[in-house]
Ligand binder design. Structure first.
Ligand code: MG
Length: 255
């Protein structure tokens, strides 16, 4: 069931997502070779309190009985696609690709966004992977208009990614977002135009392409959370929470 949001609720979600964007920017400034992902998680925790928000990811379970996520933010490096668990032992190195996926709850609504970037100098192919994933997200957002179908967003993302020779992950998808972190509808990063649910005013969706340099397949690590590329290739992830309004898509999680 898709929950449509009122303009007032979307205003609250804008606040939640702005907090997410601010904290992501704060964290990004601290990323440098030598810092641990565990330390970044501590910074995220501090800022959640400072902004009078609540943690969204810690304790989250995918299904009954599965391992609760143990941290406030997902930090995925290099061949890790999503859901990397921060750790004091995990030290960021020069040349790493860092993906920060972060959410908060504010006034009962969730904000959710992700960004990827390189630490220091990286080669042209890595820069292209990051650029393509960011642009594919924008392409998807551009189709988040009343009257379109969900497949228009999915196809726009997929086409943009594959045009540059990269692949989209199938096992994880975007989602509706609101009073719950993951609501209907699922928002795949692959699909066909003119298929899927009709987009309506008041829908809020998280569009989040996960893009691999090599093959699309992923494998799970034994921690129960971290997804890595099966072929070991690098991966990037960008995400925005987007409200579908009369005048077009509004990115709630931009700064
Ligand atoms: Mg998400």
């Amino acid at each position: 069931m898709i929950f449509l949001k009122s303009l007032e609720e979307i205003e609250t979600m804008r606040t939640a997502n702005r907090i997410v964007a601010e904290i992501l920017s704060e964290l990004r400034q601290r990323v440098r070779p030598g810092i641990s992902t565990g330390e970044l998680d501590g910074v995220a925790e501090e800022w959640i309190a400072k902004k009078k928000a609540q943690t969204a990811f810690k304790g989250y379970t995918i299904r009954n009985g599965s391992v609760p996520f143990p941290a406030h933010i997902c930090i995925s490096l290099n061949n890790e696609v999503v859901h990397g668990i921060p750790s004091q032992q995990r030290i960021i190195q020069d040349g790493d690709i860092v993906s920060l996926d972060f959410g908060v709850v504010y006034d009962e609504f969730y904000g959710d966004a992700a960004v990827s970037f390189a630490v220091g100098e990286v080669g042209q192919s890595v820069r292209q992977l990051l650029e393509t994933t960011a642009v594919a997200l924008e392409a998807g957002i551009g189709h988040a208009c009343i009257g379109n179908r969900l497949g228009d967003i999915s196809a726009a993302v997929q086409e943009r990614v594959e045009r540059d020779g990269f692949s989209v992950v199938r096992e994880f998808v975007g989602h509706g977002v609101g009073r719950r972190l993951h609501e209907d509808p699922p928002v795949p990063n692959y699909g066909m135009r003119n298929r899927g649910v009709r987009l309506r005013e008041g829908m809020v969706i998280a569009i989040e392409p996960m893009v691999n340099m090599g093959a699309p397949e992923v494998a799970m690590l034994e921690d129960g959370w971290t997804a890595v590329t099966k072929d070991g290739s690098l991966s990037a992830h960008f995400e925005h929470s987007v409200a579908i309004l009369a005048d077009g898509p509004v990115v709630l999680s931009s700064m």
